[in-house]
Design a protein around this ligand. Structure first.
Ligand SMILES: NC(=O)c1ccc[n+]([C@@H]2O[C@H](COP(=O)([O-])OP(=O)(O)OC[C@H]3O[C@@H](n4cnc5c(N)ncnc54)[C@H](OP(=O)(O)O)[C@@H]3O)[C@@H](O)[C@H]2O)c1
Length: 313
C-alpha cells in the first residue's frame, strides 16, 4: 500500500508498483442513514506505520526512496508547498489560512469547492506514475484541517466526495475535534475513513475521539508522537520494554501505542538509519511478542505503560 496525505492521498498506481470540544460518551455515531461509503482499507490492509514527508524540502525524493528501501509502504504528504514537496513524490487539500499566499496549489479567489477540485487535480497530476492524469488516482485524501465554519467544512467535504470512488476511494480529515468529527460524520455521504491528529497528553490522547473512530471503522493516525510526548518516551515502561527487546525508545513507544491505543504511527525521520531501525525494530518486537514465553513480561510492561496514560486509554 502506498498512502499519501494532507488532503492525505495515495497513488494507487504506486501501490501496484511498490508493493477541540468536550464530548459525550462513546455511543455517539458518525454514521448517517444508509448512505454510500467509499471503499476503505480493511483492518488488515490499513498501515500501522506511515512515512511522513513534511519539512523534507528538496530532500523529499531521497528520503522517500530511502524509506521505501527501508520497508515503509505507506506515505503521507500534502498539497501544501510551504511544508511538503508533493511534486517530488506524491499528497491533502489544505485551506487557504494554512497556505503560504505566495505558493499555493489554487487561487484563494476561488470558491472552496473550486479550491478543493484544483487541489486534488494538482495532487493527481503530481502523484501520477507513468500514467496520464485521467488514469491517476489516490488511495486516500484528507482535509488537512476543518474550516472555522462547519458550513465551509461541509462544502469542502462535498467537493472531496465528488472524487469518490473512481479517483479517490477513501477520505479523511486531520486536526479535528470530537464535536467537529461527529458533525461532519453525521452529514457526510462518504464517511471519514481516516482521522490524523497530534497525539499528546494535553488533549487526553484524544481518548473520546479515538473511541468515536473505533466505533465507526475510522483509522486514527497519530503524528507528533516523538516531539509531543517527551515524558512518555522517557517513562520507565517504554525504556524497560526497549531494553528487554533490544530496540530504541522510539520504536518501543511506537509499538506500545499501536498495541494499547490501536493507533497508526506517522514517522518522519530524515535519517536512513532510523527509517530502517523503525521498520526492523517493529518487526523484532512483533516477533518477540509472538513468543509465548514473553507473554508475562508483555503483560507487565504494557500494563505499566497503560498506567502512564493516566486513564486515557
Ligand atoms: N496533519 C497534520 O497537520 C500534520 C502535522 C505534522 C506532521 N504531520 C505528518 O506526520 C509526519 C511526522 O511528523 P512528526 O511531527 O510526528 O515528527 P517526525 O517528523 O516523525 O520527527 C520529529 C523529530 O523526531 C526525530 N526523530 C524521528 N525519528 C526518530 C527516532 N527513531 N529516534 C529519535 N528521534 C527521531 C526527528 O529527527 P530526525 O529527522 O533527525 O530523525 C525529528 O526531529 C510528518 O512528516 C507529516 O507527514 C501531519
Amino acid at each position: 500500500m502506498f498512502m499519501l496525505h494532507s488532503i492525505n492521498s495515495a497513488l494507487r498506481s504506486l501501490s501496484r508498483q511498490t508493493h477541540e470540544e468536550p464530548c459525550p460518551e462513546s455511543s455517539a455515531s458518525i454514521e448517517g442513514e444508509s448512505q454510500p461509503q467509499g471503499s476503505r482499507p480493511s483492518a488488515e490492509e490499513a498501515p500501522s506505520i506511515i512515512y511522513g514527508t513534511a519539512w523534507k524540502g528538496e530532500h523529499t525524493d531521497r528520503c522517500v526512496t530511502q524509506a521505501v528501501t527501508a520497508g515503509f509502504r505507506a506515505f503521507d504528504t500534502a498539497a501544501q508547498p510551504a511544508h511538503y514537496r508533493e511534486d517530488l513524490i506524491q499528497t491533502k487539500y489544505t485551506p487557504p489560512a494554512s497556505q503560504d499566499p505566495e505558493n499555493m496549489p489554487y487561487s484563494p479567489d476561488m470558491t472552496i469547492t473550486e479550491q478543493v477540485r484544483a487541489s486534488v487535480l494538482s495532487s493527481l497530476h503530481n502523484l501520477r506514475v507513468g500514467t496520464p492524469d485521467e488514469a491517476a488516482y489516490l488511495d486516500a485524501v484528507l482535509l488537512h484541517t476543518p474550516f472555522p465554519s462547519r458550513e465551509h467544512t461541509l462544502e469542502a467535504w462535498r467537493a472531496l466526495e465528488e472524487f469518490v470512488p473512481h479517483r479517490v476511494p477513501s477520505l479523511g480529515v486531520s486536526n479535528i475535534s470530537y464535536g467537529q468529527l461527529e458533525h461532519l460524520g453525521q452529514r457526510a455521504r462518504i464517511k471519514p475513513g481516516i482521522v490524523q491528529n497530534r497525539l499528546r497528553a494535553k488533549t487526553g490522547y484524544d481518548k473520546e475521539l479515538r473511541q468515536l473512530c473505533a466505533l465507526n471503522g475510522c483509522q486514527y493516525q497519530a503524528y507528533g508522537v516523538l516531539g509531543s510526548n517527551r515524558d512518555l518516551i522517557a517513562c520507565r515502561p517504554v525504556l524497560e520494554f526497549a531494553a528487554e527487546v533490544g530496540v530504541d525508545a522510539a520504536v518501543s513507544l511506537f509499538f506500545l501505542l499501536q498495541q494499547t491505543l490501536g493507533v497508526c504511527i506517522l514517522a518522519g525521520t530524515a535519517q536512513t538509519e532510523r527509517m530502517g531501525g523503525s521498520i526492523g525494530g517493529l518487526a523484532r518486537v512483533e516477533s518477540w511478542l509472538r513468543d509465548k514465553k514473553n507473554a508475562h513480561a508483555w503483560d507487565a510492561l504494557s500494563g505499566g505503560f497503560i498506567s502512564e496514560l493516566q486513564g486515557y486509554m
